[in-house]
Design a binder for this molecule. Structure first.
Ligand SMILES: *Cc1c(COP(=O)(O)O)cnc(C)c1O
Length: 387
């Protein structure tokens, strides 16, 4: 019988060395040795599964990605130095000049820059559909379209996209569905079950969960991962063994951490929604969320990101940040430390008001990434800043 999530996250482990260690050690080595010419030949011919060089594979990188594969329910995977190298290598390995991507308009900032500024250098262009209107996708499909790309929940607007519907559209038109599952983690949702061909992660966020290291992974169909692996092993976006070691250890506690993140987020969202200075609040597991039913269907828990609007626009948003005492003002999210941010004056300051509202951002909007501190201390900090 297939093991449960928590067990796979702990017991998927690289082979023990001659020292019979219980916990996987750190393999800081750039290369691996062979017994003789025949073994070396077989390793290079891929007849014998062995590590050759840490740009290709390393025991720590393999253990980390094997866990990700087990948790996402994929066939294979490859790990990367960052989430963005996972995103870029996926496109670079699978697309040719002239190919076309259809993406949700609400994607991570650097992914957006990749679509707008860099992929067009190789004549790979992207069309966008509104994250809340999947019916717009089919009209964007052209003979050169290869990939549908999306995130759910989105950041910072906390929109929810119907992954099963995306999977059906992709299948009907013979396109690849690629989902960035960073905000949910495989504990909350497994996009492959809904029809995704590939799932991308920035492990920097909830997977590390303690704001220490950067990392990324792509998990999914074997033949696609093979293409991505061959591209990556020749271009070198490999994860460091140290970061992979940290991330593999982090996965051992992912389930308990996510449970607590989400329990605290739901409590705080429920209370904060009633505050007189809060115009609106979005959290997937509150009935007030426009996609509440869908969120309940495709997610196990509501996640750790809350978005809300403070009465008073841009100034009120900035004032709130200036009066926060404990929570951190930083560019990360998914940390054990609660993080507050004001997208309109920072990450999304270059967008017009119309562009902002299209991705669910308003001038008075605050995003909170709920950490693992006690819920009363987080709530008190937020309440004091609001008053
Ligand atoms: C942070 C993030 C990335 C990029 O990850 P890095 O590890 O910072 O390169 C990609 N997608 C999403 C949704 C993210 O939040």
């Amino acid at each position: 019988m297939s093991k449960h999530f928590e067990t796979k996250a702990i017991r998927t482990q690289t082979e023990r060395s001659q020292h019979a260690e219980h916990s996987t050690p750190l393999f800081l080595t750039s290369s691996f040795v062979f017994e003789d010419a025949e073994e070396m030949r077989a390793a290079f011919a891929e007849e014998k599964k062995m590590n050759i060089y840490s740009r290709f594979t390393n025991p720590n990188a393999t253990e980390f990605v094997d866990k990700m594969v087990a948790l996402e329910g994929g066939e294979a995977g490859y790990s990367f130095a960052t989430g963005m190298s996972a995103v870029f290598n996926t496109f670079a390995a699978l697309l040719n000049a002239g190919d076309h991507i259809i993406s949700s308009d609400s994607v991570f900032g650097s992914t957006h820059s990749l679509f707008k500024k860099f992929l067009p250098k190789w004549n790979i262009n992207t069309s966008y559909f509104p994250a809340d209107d999947l019916d717009a996708i089919e009209a964007l499909i052209t003979p050169t379209t290869k990939i549908i790309y999306a995130e759910s929940p989105t950041n910072p607007g906390v929109q929810i996209l119907d992954m099963e519907a995306l999977g059906k559209i992709a299948k009907k038109h013979n396109l690849l569905l690629v989902i960035d599952n960073c905000f949910a983690t495989p504990y909350i949702q497994q996009p492959i079950k809904f029809g995704a061909d590939l799932v991308i992660h920035s492990a920097t966020k909830l997977i590390d969960g303690q704001g220490r290291v950067l990392g990324g992974a792509v998990v999914g169909r074997k033949e696609l991962i093979r293409e991505i692996y061959l591209f990556a092993r020749n271009t070198g976006p490999s994860i460091s063994p140290f970061n992979a070691w940290i991330l593999s250890k982090s996965l051992e506690t992912l389930a308990v951490r996510i449970e607590r993140h989400c329990e605290t987020a739901l409590r705080i969202a429920t209370d904060l929604e009633k505050h007189p200075k809060v115009n609106w609040l979005k959290y997937p597991f509150l009935k007030s969320h426009p996609k509440y039913e869908l969120a309940k269907k495709q997610m196990k828990l509501g996640g750790n990101i809350i978005a809300f609007e403070i009465e008073g626009g841009l100034d009120a948003g900035r004032n709130f940040l200036n009066n926060i005492k404990m929570c951190s003002l930083t560019a990360n999210l998914g940390d054990s430390r609660t993080i507050v941010s004001h997208p309109a004056s920072t990450t999304h300051s270059k967008l017009s008001d119309e562009e902002k509202s299209a991705v669910g951002i308003t001038n008075g909007m605050i995003r909170i990434s709920i950490g693992l501190e006690h819920h009363e201390d987080i709530m008190n900090d937020v309440l004091e800043a609001l008053s």
